[in-house]
Design a binder for this molecule. Sequence first.
Ligand SMILES: C[S@@+](CC[C@H](N)C(=O)[O-])C[C@H]1O[C@@H](n2cnc3c(N)ncnc32)[C@H](O)[C@@H]1O
Length: 251
Amino acid sequence: MSEATSTIYDRAAGNWARNEPVLLSDYTARPFVFAACEPLKGLRVLDLGCGEGYVARTLAAKGTHSVLAYDISAGMIEKAREAETAQPLGIEYRVGDASSDLQLGEGQFDLAIAVFLFNYLDTHQMQRVMQTAFRALKPDGRFIYTVPHPSLPFLRAKEEPFYFDRGAHGYFSGRNVLFEGRIWRRDGVDVPVRCVHKTFADYFECLRAAGFATMPKVTELRATEEHLRLDPRFFGPLKDQPLHVMFELRR
Ligand SMILES: C[S@@+](CC[C@H](N)C(=O)[O-])C[C@H]1O[C@@H](n2cnc3c(N)ncnc32)[C@H](O)[C@@H]1O
């Protein structure tokens, strides 16, 4: 049986803790999330699967009204709270399973985010999180989330600086199957990541079933020319490959 996600993250929390871009996805995904979340001034933000708080801190520093952040790993939340104590930004961190009933009330938040949370959940659990976000958002609230690109495990070998091991599974037969993977930091340290594989259609179908009726803006994120110029050794192996997908929508 595979190890619980919370155990993996409790153990790896020290390697995730950061205040500046370190991990591959801190370059290829999160800056695009930060830009998409603007304007942030005065917003009530809900961060689902917040980890050690890198994203929550970055958003709070841009003038949000408040950030409420959940993670299933007590180790990650401990790191997040340490950072909040060292430099208070008004972020409230809670240990909790985002796919269970979080009792958030209705229509409280302007913005809900889930940055690489859904790759830990099957389609049923993902739909529950989307329902939670739908209910928690104000009528014109925004929902932004990122996931690994569904094609990535089928296009990349098991190698640096990012992979998911699909084993013998195919794109359709691998649906809801857990692929173990690794993502590298630019300093050469790698951390374990997971992808419960979903097809592209799963993301749209679960949004619809959760109540979202608007068309999402979909961005396929990659290593850009700027990344390749910055560090050809690190980003070079990813040239021309789809890495992540960002979905942005209004309630
Ligand atoms: C790849 S990390 C991303 C953390 C953070 N969003 C970021 O971008 O830095 C995924 C996080 O999702 C958390 N997670 C996984 N399953 C969860 C669940 N059911 N409820 C809440 N958090 C969960 C993990 O503990 C981990 O901290």
